[in-house]
Design a protein around this ligand. Structure first.
Ligand code: MEV
Length: 361
């Protein structure tokens, strides 16, 4: 694929020559927003996620005369080499990708990572950087990887970062389209148990994440989300780990809460298919209440959600892992400016507007 997401240069000095790998290449990947179903999705309930095409991570590969792979992340003021930091998650991903591509670069390379996606904010920054890195390395090696392949490589990276990801982030970012996602239970026995009996596996959610039902979604009517950041950074693995501890301590209670989330998500899909934006708003409110009960909201998130509702939003909820990061409000053209103003007054550190267009199934 050679498009805006992935570009490579193979012509040098005006003559076409056999390429010396790596070629110069650049690729990007979008941020994501979980519309509904986060956390419960780790426990095999459905969730809906959207790409945010305007907010992207970009990775550039530049051939260099030195040996080996050098990384530079100017936003984070970080520089490192694969040889010095082989256990860095991006070094590991680069190694696995090059191995998967069967690529043995003849030259060294500089991998420059830039991202407009705030980190630890629920917008999938880690998955987007990883996806852009895999795409850029594939382009630099003059190879094509399918979205499934990219998603699988990024999933392994997510596992190293978050422990027990459902796989929804890498999927929506790699495929870059709205998705219905259900992680499939492979070896589920009963509430709170996994088949394998050793102690460490009893701390895992009850399924292998290698399998998921993924369906593209279409919308009967457009809708607009105002996305506001609390400014509080919260690494995904913290709330995800806490939910796991609570689920292990009170499996029946948490399974019932996850079932309630599932019912909301199923109804959200129906509302989207019918273009019923008012019903969508109430369902998003209910999802936020359930996330609050599950224990992943925060005073900052609740403040923004309440401010948006008081200003006339049809619905509002936190998005992503919680304890910080972003929330969004569903608005109409009439309420949009009022809601933005209210979110600003309630302390949002940044606000962006995202319109999801109607699509024909
Ligand atoms: C994070 O974007 C979504 C969570 O459900 C975790 C996951 O699905 O891996 C909180």
């Amino acid at each position: 694929m050679t498009d805006d997401r992935q570009r490579m240069t193979s012509k040098r000095g005006g003559r076409h020559e056999p390429p010396r790998l790596p070629l110069a290449a650049e690729a990007s990947a979008p941020a994501k927003l979980i519309l509904c179903g986060e956390h419960a999705v780790v426990y095999n309930r459905p969730a809906i996620a959207l790409p945010l095409a305007d907010v992207r991570a970009r990775v550039r590969v530049s051939p260099r005369s030195w040996r080996g792979v050098h990384f530079s992340a100017p936003n984070l003021r970080r520089r490192w080499t694969l040889a010095e930091r082989p256990d860095d998650t991006l070094s590991m991903l680069a190694n696995e990708t090059l191995h998967s591509l069967n690529a043995s670069p003849t030259n060294g390379m500089l991998v420059t990572i830039r991202s407009k996606i705030p980190i630890a904010s629920g917008m999938g920054s880690g998955a987007a950087v990883a996806t852009a890195l895999v795409r850029a390395l594939a382009a630099a090696s003059q190879q094509h990887l399918t979205n499934e392949h990219i998603s699988a490589l990024v999933y392994e990276n997510e596992r190293r970062l978050h422990g027990t990801p459902s796989g929804i982030d890498n999927t929506v970012v790699a495929f870059e389209r709205p998705i219905w996602f259900v992680r499939q239970a492979v070896e589920q026995q009963g509430e709170g148990e996994t088949k394998s009996g050793d102690e460490s596996s009893s701390l895992q959610p009850p399924a292998s994440s290698a399998h998921a039902l993924i369906e593209p979604l279409s919308f009967a009517a457009p809708f607009t989300l105002v996305v506001a950041d609390t400014g509080v950074r919260s690494a995904t693995r913290m709330p995800v780990g806490e939910v796991r501890r609570r689920w292990l301590a009170e499996p029946a209670r948490y399974e019932a809460l996850f079932d309630e989330v599932r019912d909301v998500v199923v109804r959200v899909r129906g509302a989207l298919a019918e273009g019923d934006i008012v019903a969508l708003g109430s369902l998003l409110d209910r999802n936020h209440e359930l996330l609050h009960t599950i224990g992943v909201s925060s005073p900052e998130l609740d403040r923004l959600v309440h401010a948006a509702k008081a200003a006339g939003a049809l619905g509002a909820k936190l998005s992503g892992a919680g304890w910080g990061g972003v929330m969004f409000a569903l608005v109409t053209p009439e309420t949009q400016e009022r809601v933005i103003e209210a979110l600003r007054e309630a302390g949002a550190s940044s606000i962006r507007v995202n319109t999801v267009h109607a699509t024909i199934p």
